[in-house]
Design a protein around this ligand. Structure first.
Ligand SMILES: C[S@@+](CC[C@H](N)C(=O)[O-])C[C@H]1O[C@@H](n2cnc3c(N)ncnc32)[C@H](O)[C@@H]1O
Length: 370
């Protein structure tokens, strides 16, 4: 059986969580790097990773790694890779990428060189010097770190945080992949009770339910590589069937959300319905001032940020209110993510553990209390 090296790109700070997910789905040679996890397996692993990973942004096939301190090295490195194994005569192969701490730092120039080398390689194999690029899109991605290049090909298409259940909204929603990572770190299980008193569009509640019921996050969407001729079409059907068999609705998981905004509550309900988990989620309109800490369960939330939804003073007043209402220990835990580094001061409790995570470009801290 042909084996491949794959890359799961992920949010900075979640690499160990993504690596854990990969081990649980049977990936081999799992190795974490900054913002990505490499692993290996057969082509079925490609479909499995796309369907099952809750915290990965994309799954890519690693085509090769080589020194690239100069444009000549970059060109020769790309040209030496067996691109024709993956890219057909009519396929489109746009190039994107980035460079970090490397002599080659102009991204547009690197893009041009990678494209030229790929065209050169494929021209000599297919005997043409003009590519129509009218077929399925096979995006090539380069990453040059400290003068070494990695060339890979995307297989996800739309990024994996797009599960297909969330409507765009004016609320500042947390990314689904980040929410899933926080829920993993909070150890949500099939019988957990989850509370989010700032539920917004319901991301924590829905991701929590999908995780608790073992519903694959990608079950309702398509992936770019489903259209690729280089992989068997059968892997997608088989892995979807396998994923559906693993769903387990026996646990007693329940999620309770509230938000000061009636529109947010309506959105949570609508999104939960689309995700197929509305029977596990209750959402109501409520100010944090009315929140009563349950006897057991976990609170997971991202309260409004100073810079995005509320001015900093009002946000900090909310943290003080939360500090009075929330409690932890004895079957209760709290996971709160915010970019406010003075959070503990206003909340009034020192975290049991802290973890740096990125919400888009915003550096945040996850405060864990247990
Ligand atoms: C950063 S958003 C949470 C986003 C949510 N995690 C999601 O994925 O959509 C903060 C939410 O807090 C709500 N909010 C603001 N002030 C509140 C208050 N005093 N009580 C309860 N909710 C409040 C806002 O309406 C907003 O939906």
């Amino acid at each position: 059986m042909e084996r491949f090296t794959f890359i799961a790109s992920c949010i900075f700070g979640l690499e160990s969580v993504t690596a854990g997910e990969l081990r649980r789905i049977g990936a081999e040679d799992v190795r974490a790097f900054d913002g990505r996890v490499e692993f290996s397996g057969g082509e079925e692993m490609l479909a499995r990773a796309n369907l099952h990973l809750r915290t990965a942004e994309r799954v890519l096939v690693k085509l090769g790694e080589f020194p690239a301190a100069t444009f000549t090295e970059l060109f020769d490195g790309v040209k030496s890779l067996p691109l024709e194994r993956f890219i057909g005569k009519k396929d489109a192969f746009p190039v994107k990428g980035h460079t970090v701490k490397s002599a080659l730092h102009s991204i547009p120039d690197c893009q041009k060189i990678v494209k030229k080398a790929a065209v050169d390689r494929l021209s000599s194999v297919y005997g043409v010097n003009w590519f129509e690029e009218t077929g399925p899109v096979h995006p090539l991605q380069f990453l040059i770190i400290k003068d070494r290049a990695i060339l890979s090909m995307d297989t996800s298409g739309a990024p994996l945080h797009k599960r297909g259940y969330r409507k765009n909204s004016l609320i500042a929603p947390i990314k689904e992949t980040l929410a899933a990572g926080i829920l993993d770190l909070s150890r949500v299980k099939g019988d957990s009770l989850l509370y989010d008193p700032f539920c917004g569009s319901g991301t924590f509640l829905i991701e929590g339910a999908l995780r608790a019921l073992r519903i694959p996050p990608g079950i309702n969407r398509r992936f770019g590589a489903q259209d690729y001729a280089c992989f068997s079409k059968d892997i997608w059907r088989k892995e979807r069937e396998r994923g559906i068999e693993e769903v387990n609705r026996e646990g007693t998981f329940r999620a309770y959300g509230s938000d000061i905004s009636g529109d947010a509550v309506a959105l949570t309900r609508e999104n939960a319905k689309k995700a197929g988990v509305s029977s596990r989620i209750i959402a109501e309109q409520k100010d944090i001032g009315q929140f009563l800490m349950p006897e057991k369960g976990m609170v997971v939330c991202n309260p409004p940020y100073g810079e995005r939804l509320l001015d900093q003073n009002s946000a900090r007043k909310l943290y003080t209110e939360m500090g009075k209402r929330f409690s932890y220990g004895d079957g209760k835990s709290l996971s709160i993510i915010t970019p406010d580094e003075a959070f503990e001061e206003y909340f009034g409790h020192k975290a049991s553990k802290k973890r740096k995570l990125y919400n888009g470009m915003i550096r945040c801290v996850l405060y864990l209390y247990f």
